[in-house]
Design a protein around this ligand. Structure first.
Ligand SMILES: [Ca+2]
Length: 237
């Protein structure tokens, strides 16, 4: 028995050691890695950009894109002004390329999640003491559980809290599996996975419905593309 406890203690220390120092505030440890609890915010990206004198591709090229019967460039739209009006600090940062997202995460001591990490974090509860009724070890069909309620998805279920016309502030939607917000909906999020000039995005967005939040629904996009509904978050470890 004593050996058992000692062994458990050593494992615990090893895990804590792996996570220590590399996990910024607001990230959740899933197992061998930690992941941001929310999409990267406008405030955080603005701080990153200011420190480096960074002008994003959307800013340099005259605006990011919106899909209205085809992709259209919107003058002046950027992470600072995602739909043509100034963003709030806690809004999620959109209109950033995969490269800009990758570089942001690297500057934070992290990286973009792989698809495997995304699926693990979004659908399988891994915390020792889960919140909100989630059960440790259980894999759910949606990032918020058994039903797609409470995500920001094209106003599909206002009674369940889907009340936003476009993006929602980070942490405004229902807290999901592993205590993460918006792993489904709000903004699509860049993943590390690449295929030629393309990169994967996962989770769907405020423009889509529940089907795009599922595990099998990630979509390829040009890595240099900027869109009103694509953002990202980082993993560490
Ligand atoms: Ca999202």
């Amino acid at each position: 028995m004593e050996r058992c406890w000692r062994w458990a203690g050593l494992v615990g220390l090893a895990l804590a050691g792996a996570a220590q120092g590399a996990v910024p505030e607001g990230a959740v440890v899933i197992g061998g890695f930690a992941i941001d609890a929310t999409e990267v915010t406008v405030e955080a990206f603005a701080r990153h950009a200011a420190a480096r004198g960074l002008q994003t591709a959307a800013e340099r090229e005259g605006g990011g894109h919106e899909y209205v019967g085809g992709w259209q460039r919107r003058p002046g739209w950027s992470y600072r002004s995602p739909s043509g009006t100034p963003a709030q600090p806690t809004d999620p940062a959109a209109h950033l390329t995969w490269f800009e997202a990758r570089d942001y995460c690297a500057a934070r001591g992290g990286r973009l999640p792989t698809l495997a990490e995304w699926r693990e974090a979004a659908f399988t509860e891994r915390r020792a003491a889960p919140s909100d009724g989630y059960e440790r070890g259980r894999t759910y069909p949606f990032p918020v559980g058994e039903k797609p309620a409470g995500m920001n998805l094209a106003g599909t279920d206002p009674a369940a809290g889907d009340v936003w016309e476009r993006h929602a502030p980070t942490r405004a939607t229902r807290r999901g599996v592993n205590g993460l917000h918006d792993m489904g909906g709000n903004l699509w999020e860049w993943l590390a996975d690449r295929r030629g000039g393309e990169a994967l995005t996962a989770g769907g967005s405020w423009w889509y419905g529940p089907a795009q939040t599922r595990s099998e629904a990630p979509q390829w996009k040009e890595a240099g593309f900027t869109a009103v509904y694509i953002g990202f978050r980082c993993v560490y470890g």
